[in-house]
Write a protein that binds this ligand. Structure first.
Ligand SMILES: [Zn+2]
Ligand SMILES: [Zn+2]
Length: 554
């Protein structure tokens, strides 16, 4: 009697409202597994916020069911919530992932001093049972080695989750997507497909990672001075291609930037990045090595202000600087939201006068996500009965859904969901179930807190309009204003003495005239000061800086 058995619930807790904080729960009766636990980096609308996490309350509420956490690959939008989640869980739940992903996760968790998590290495072909879930892992190609997809069999049906992928036929490490396994699962029958939507609006195929090698070799070979290459520190295949192009022309590779140093070390120890010891050196060992014998591999491809590239471009790096005879390659694309900071670095570099290559000028970057034709191939190989596009903004999920419909899938078999929606599967049939609590959690410095809109609004105000402090001294004898001091930060009129003194006399007149000081509490006076000054500044400058009133009686 299939109906009396519990349904398989597929619950996306993150990843459907933008590229980031991926997390999906699979729950069936007394068992639950989690696929990915990622974070998202905040955008300009959230000043002062360091990180954004998915709200995983539902996982904590059902902790006794949680049999394991599966991490598809080592990118932070899939791993970054792990430290917080593990701290919140009361039991030690095993983490299943590839060797490189576990290497990166271990590095991160040790920074958080989380002791002895249960790491379980898996790879292409690994099969395991977690409660009623029977799980098979298969290789995928992506912008980080060791990326895996998962095929999940349950008493109610089967689900294939692609993880992040492109279909690269010539990957740098020779590990192609496991087409055989995907086809085998397709033949066994896939009831529901969850597939990466990042590039669902891009026609065609994403070029192979190998295509970048030719451009890198050409630029590095023809450069006369030093070559600086900024890239993602987890993009080990890209780093491998830079190392190969450098050593081929007798250049040493200098590694700088915290995550670049850490990740190249981990990747070399685990055998993912191959370069001889004598060819890779620290930034302090550059010494007398001639400029045309050096390639610097650095962080900063996203324009991060404290990154190695930014510090070198601004002359603030301890041992390296960029000269007019040098060449800089930005071997990455700005993540949405980072375009301005990348442009600002390019401007700083232009002032230096060095040669600059980014993807607008040469093929120095390709995406790690498949374009439309690859997404269609995935749908064709898996032939799912039902489909839920994942990993994307609203526009990407809808474009991916349209591709499935174009290929003949029934409209009511395609689910474009929001975080917290639940799909229920019974006997291979999928329908929408009851949603669960979901949302986002901001991590602000070391404090993890709820989304406090008031705090965020204040920071937006500070960032856009600045702050004005107004100290009003009141005579306790006359109940009149004795003195008004106004100071400001980050406002357009901070040097306009005439405006400030006009503000002082206007404030003095309005407070004295209203006679508000007689019998008013300090709190009421403060409110009146704030309103009066805010209105005055709005009328004169059409800005609304944050006004902090201080009222003192003397
Ligand atoms: Zn990824
Ligand atoms: Zn991702």
């Amino acid at each position: 009697m299939a109906k009396t058995n519990p349904a398989l619930k597929i619950i996306p807790l993150g990843g459907l409202d933008g590229i980031g904080k991926n997390m999906t729960a699979f729950e069936c009766g007394p068992d639950m597994v989690l696929v990915d636990a990622g974070l998202m980096f905040p955008d300009d609308e959230q000043p002062g916020i360091d990180l954004v996490l998915p709200d995983y309350t539902y996982v904590l509420e059902n902790e006794e069911k949680l049999r394991g956490i599966i991490i598809t690959h080592g990118h932070e939008d899939h791993t970054g919530a792990l430290p917080y989640l593990l701290m919140d869980l009361t039991h030690k739940v095993p983490i299943f992932s590839s060797k490189l992903s576990l290497g990166f996760i271990e590095g991160k968790l040790s920074e958080f001093r989380i002791d002895a998590p249960k790491y379980r290495e898996v790879s292409d072909g690994t099969h395991l049972n977690l409660g009623c879930f029977s799980i098979d892992f298969f290789s995928m190609t992506h912008s980080i080695p060791g990326a895996l997809g998962v095929f999940i069999k349950t008493p109610q049906g089967t689900v294939l989750h692609t993880g992040d992928f492109k279909l690269d036929q010539t990957p740098i490490d020779g590990v192609t997507p496991d087409f055989h396994a995907i086809n085998r699962f397709g033949t066994q029958g896939i009831d529901l497909l969850l597939s990466d939507s990042t590039n669902a609006t891009r026609p065609g195929f994403t070029p192979s990672e190998a295509a970048v090698g030719a451009a890198l070799r050409h630029i590095i070979k023809n450069a006369t001075g030093r070559v600086f290459v900024a890239s993602f520190s987890s993009h080990i295949h890209r780093l491998q291609q830079v190392c190969d192009a450098s050593t081929a022309v007798g250049r040493k590779v200098v590694v700088t930037g915290r995550s670049m140093v850490t990740n190249t070390k981990i990747a070399r120890e685990l055998g993912y990045l191959k370069i001889a010891n004598e060819n890779i050196i620290d930034a302090y060992e550059v010494g007398d090595i001639p400029d045309d014998k050096i390639v610097v591999l650095c962080t900063g491809s996203q324009g991060e202000p404290l990154s190695a590239l930014a510090r070198m471009a601004n002359g603030e790096h301890r041992s390296l600087s960029i000269e007019p005879t040098d060449t800089v390659i930005i071997s990455a694309t700005p993540v949405p939201g980072n375009e301005k900071s990348v442009q600002s670095i390019i401007n700083s570099l232009s002032k230096i006068g060095c040669d600059i290559y980014d993807k607008s000028k040469a093929l120095v970057h390709v995406s790690g996500h498949g374009s439309q034709e690859e997404l269609k191939l995935m749908l064709a190989m898996t032939r799912p009965a039902f489909f839920m596009p994942v990993h994307g903004e609203a526009v990407h999920l809808r474009a991916h859904a349209q591709l499935a419909r174009d290929m003949g899938m029934r409209d009511d078999h395609v689910f474009v969901c929001d975080n917290g929606d639940t799909l229920e599967m019974r006997g291979g049939k999928v329908r929408l179930g009851e949603p669960v609590d979901s949302g986002i959690v901001y991590v602000d410095g070391l404090r993890i807190g709820d989304a406090d809109p008031v705090v965020l609004r204040d920071r937006q105000k500070l960032a856009s309009d600045g702050i004005v402090t107004c100290v009003v001294t009141i005579s306790s004898r006359t109940h009149k204003v004795d003195e008004i001091e106004i100071s400001s930060r980050g406002v357009s009129f901070s040097n306009d003495d005439a405006l400030i003194s006009e503000a002082q006399s206007s404030l003095r007149a309005s407070i004295d005239k209203k006679d508000i000081l007689k019998g008013a509490t300090t709190d009421q006076t403060r409110k009146a000061v704030r309103n009066d000054l805010s209105n005055f500044l709005w009328n004169k400058t059409h800005t609304r800086p944050m006004v902090i009133p201080v009222v003192m009686e003397v």
